[in-house]
Each structure stands twice: as structure tokens, then as C-alpha cells.
Design a binder for this molecule. Structure first.
Ligand code: GLY
Ligand code: MN
Ligand code: MN
Length: 445
């Protein structure tokens, strides 16, 4: 029996996309324009392509879902400020690869003021004539190529009165600041991505058996994502049994799961381009050993305290420092570090066991955009920001480590929204207390 599908949240409305464009344009000086290309298809091998994924910044500003589009914003233009170039309608190509939205659809369904197909890109220079500053993603070679081309065409027509842009400026950081604070509609999509991801982790816990392969748990996880409409993982699913859990970006997922080992799964589904990002670590055979449990509870306590510290005004740095303190105290208690707490923190000796940071922003990208510091200072959290809390301990397989702890890797990761009064944990449907995990695993069919 398959579970009932979760109710689907509403997609982002054309009005919300328009409001985002308005907010961006309100920040630009007089006589400026924005050029923002969407993503292109990428070849996987020979004539096969990777599944298309729209560029996150482009999606944020217009939601247009096809490859090879170009968004142009012309603040103050009487005839319309939002212009899109997109793939041309072409019955023969559409017979192979599906119906294209086309310029008319871009206006009627995506809120564009005007749209052209890509065979009409030559008129772009007329649209940009007289715009002094062109805002574009400076790191994007496609965007730079388009902007340079336009500048060349307008310069060549200078004697006939054309005015070429004199400045290219980066649009990315402006969009990224907008993306950092999520709207209600975005939070609904992120809640959904997180719920699907939680169901997937529950399923993997119940499917774990000694002798199964890491990729078989990956299959359980990704089955659940797709079944619920999260059509792709938000990043490469990590399933690491035993010491593979200590490899932070392990993606081979090819080893058999051994009796007596833990398995770490870091996986999140992507729903309507929004990412879930969950890590759980559990015993392959359904029961923690004493040493595993002792280490696990150190990570769990640090994680729970860090989640509880999320509130407006806190910073990712202060939360990370709390985690470092809790993990280091636990490592001393278990005899994996010697000496005083302060000295172990000061000397960074804890980094032998915990070398990543505790949090990152989460949104359209798993490591989402938005600056982490303002004027060099850690940025205070504000309502609407979404972040992960993901402490871990990774114990090397080394001679000076007590044998019961060697090669154990544990991480626990939740997705958290900052709210007016504190926090909302998006990923609480997947258990993390050791007893709750053991209970769920016993319920397996
Ligand atoms: N899954 C990537 C991360 O947790 O940062
Ligand atoms: Mn993460
Ligand atoms: Mn993760």
C-alpha cells in the first residue's frame, strides 16, 4: 500500500514573481537594465542531456521553466519593463521534445510585459539603447557574451545616435539578498520539500538490512522523493555505511552495509526547485551499540541545543560556537580529547573530529545564497530566513583512538525557519532520538 500523496502547495503566483522584479528594479539607479539568462541544457554523453534544471536566480525572478531563455528588465519603460526571449515555437521540434511555451504563453501565463523568440535576439540592442548601466551576473560567461555583443552593436551605431552602456555591474548579490528572506509561498514549498525528505528518511530507516548495499537505501530514498513529486534530489544523495560516514561528501554509495555499523544518510528532495536537506545516522541492524549510542547522544544534544538557539538576533556563528563547545565537552567526557574544555576549543583540537560548520542557508539552492556577514560581522538572523543545523562527529580509524569509537561518523541535520518568536523546524517528522529511531526500525515490515 502506497501512502496518500501529501497535499501539494500552490506554486509561486505570477503576481509574486512580478513583485520580486519590482523590488529588484527599485534598487537600481536611473537608466539601468538587467540581463539575466536562464540555464541551458547540458550534454551528458553523445546526444543525451542531463535533466533540465532552471537557473535559481532566473527562476526567482520569473518562474519560466524552459532552457535558453533570457530575462531583460528595463525599469521605467513605458511599453513594459519585463521582457523575455524564449525558444521559438516550432512544430517539428515540439513533436520531439514537447510543447514550447513560446512568446505568447510567456505573456499570458508568466506575467511578462512583452516576449520575443530567440530568433529575434537582434532587437535586444534597440531595447538597451540609452541604458547606461547593465546589471548582469558578471560570473556568467553567457550573460557577459550577450552584454558585450549589445555594447559592440550600440557602439557601432554611435554616429547614428545610439548610446551604448558604459558600465556592467553585478546583479547576483542584489538578487541573493532578496532570496535570503523567504515569503509565505516559498515557506509552503520548503515545508513540502522537507516533509517529502522526512518521509524518505523514514522509509530508508525501515528498509535497512545487514548485507544490503548503500545504493539500495539510496533507491528507497529517491523512490519516495519522486513518488511525492520531488522529481530530483536537491544534491547528490549520500549513503555512507561504517567509516564511509566520515567522508563528508561521500557519493559512491556502493558498499555493503555491515552488521554492527551505523549508516549516515544525507539526502533531500527538491520540490518546485526548493531544497530539503536532512541527515540522519542510524544502526544498520536497528540497535545502537553502547559506544555508538554514547557518541550519538553527544551529537544529538548539541544538535537539539543548536536548534533551540535559532531565533531572531542569534547568528550562525554564535550557534556554531555553542555546538563546538557541546561537542568538545562530550569528546572530553568520552576520553577522545584530554585536558580542559577552553584549551581544547582555543587550540581547535576538536577539529580532528568536527571540521565543518554547523549551518548554511537553504532555499532554491541547497547551499543557498545570501551573505553570511555584514560589514565583516556575523549577520543576525531575521524572520523568514531558512537554515540548516547539522553538527557531526567523525572519529578517525587511528591507533590512538579507543577501538570501540574508530571509524564512526555521525551527523544529524534539520531544516529550520527563523520566525518572529523563534523557530519552526521543517524536518521534525523524521525521528532523531536513538530510542525513537530504534522503535521506527522495529516497525519495519
Ligand atoms: N547536503 C549538503 C549539506 O548538508 O550541506
Ligand atoms: Mn546541509
Ligand atoms: Mn545535508
Amino acid at each position: 500500500m502506497r501512502p496518500e500523496p501529501l497535499p501539494r502547495p500552490a506554486p509561486i503566483s505570477p503576481e509574486e514573481f512580478a513583485a520580486r522584479r519590482e523590488r529588484l528594479m527599485a534598487e537600481l539607479p536611473e537608466r539601468s537594465a538587467v540581463l539575466l539568462p536562464g540555464a541551458a541544457l547540458k550534454t551528458r554523453n553523445h546526444d543525451s542531456e542531463y535533466a533540465f534544471r532552471q537557473n535559481s536566480d532566473f527562476h526567482y525572478l520569473c518562474g519560466f521553466p524552459e532552457p535558453d531563455a533570457l530575462l531583460v528588465l528595463l525599469p521605467g519603460r513605458e511599453a513594459g519593463e519585463a521582457i523575455l526571449y524564449c525558444q521559438e515555437k516550432d512544430p517539428e521540434k515540439e513533436a520531439w521534445t514537447g510543447i514550447r511555451i513560446g512568446p505568447e504563453g510567456a505573456v499570458s501565463d508568466y506575467g511578462m510585459d512583452e516576449a520575443f523568440d530567440n530568433t529575434q535576439r537582434h532587437n535586444l540592442s534597440e531595447l538597451l539603447d540609452g541604458r547606461q548601466t547593465v546589471y548582469l551576473p558578471l560570473a556568467d560567461t553567457t550573460a557577459m557574451g550577450i552584454a558585450e555583443g549589445v555594447r559592440g552593436q550600440l557602439s557601432a551605431r554611435a554616429r547614428r545616435g545610439a548610446i551604448a552602456p558604459t558600465r556592467f555591474a553585478d546583479v547576483s548579490a542584489l538578487i541573493h539578498e532578496l532570496r535570503l528572506t523567504k515569503s509565505e509561498a516559498e515557506l509552503a514549498l520548503m515545508r513540502h520539500a522537507a516533509q517529502i525528505s522526512a518521509l524518505a528518511h523514514r522509509r530508508a530507516m525501515q528498509a535497512s538490512r545487514v548485507g544490503r548495499f548503500e545504493y539500495q537505501l539510496q533507491a528507497e530514498i529517491e523512490h519516495e522523493f519522486v513518488w511525492h513529486g520531488a522529481r530530483a534530489p536537491a544534491y547528490g544523495t549520500i549513503v555512507g555505511g561504517g567509516a564511509n560516514a566520515c567522508v563528508l561528501h561521500y557519493v559512491e554509495n556502493a558498499a555493503p552495509l555491515e552488521d554492527g555499523d551505523l549508516v549516515l544518510i544525507d539526502a533531500g528532495g527538491e520540490f518546485d526547485l526548493y531544497a530539503g536537506d536532512i541527515t540522519r545516522t542510524f544502526p544498520v541492524n536497528g540497535r545502537f551499540s553502547d559506544a555508538q549510542r554514547a557518541l550519538y547522544d553527544v551529537v544529538l544534544e548539541a544538535e537539539e541545543r543548536a536548534v533551540a538557539a535559532v531565533e531572531p538576533g542569534a547568528t550562525l556563528e554564535s550557534i556554531h560556537q555553542g555546538v563546538v563547545r557541546d561537542l568538545t565537552a562530550g569528546l572530553i567526557e568520552l576520553g577522545l580529547l584530554e585536558g580542559e574544555l577552553e584549551e581544547n576549543i582555543e587550540s581547535q583540537r576538536f577539529r580532528r573530529f568536527y571540521l565543518h560548520s554547523t549551518s548554511h542557508w537553504l532555499g532554491l539552492d541547497v547551499h543557498d545564497v545570501g551573505s553570511y556577514r555584514i560589514d565583516g560581522e556575523p549577520r543576525p538572523l531575521e524572520p523568514g530566513m531558512v537554515l540548516t543545523i547539522e553538527p557531526g562527529l567523525y572519529i578517525p580509524d587511528a591507533e590512538d583512538i579507543p577501538s570501540a569509537y574508530r571509524g564512526i561518523g555521525i551527523r544529524i541535520e534539520d531544516d529550520v525557519v527563523v520566525t518572529e518568536s523563534g523557530r519552526e523546524v521543517l524536518t521534525s517528522q523524521v525521528p532523531k532520538a536513538a530510542e525513537d529511531i530504534e522503535t521506527l526500525m522495529q516497525e519495519r515490515s
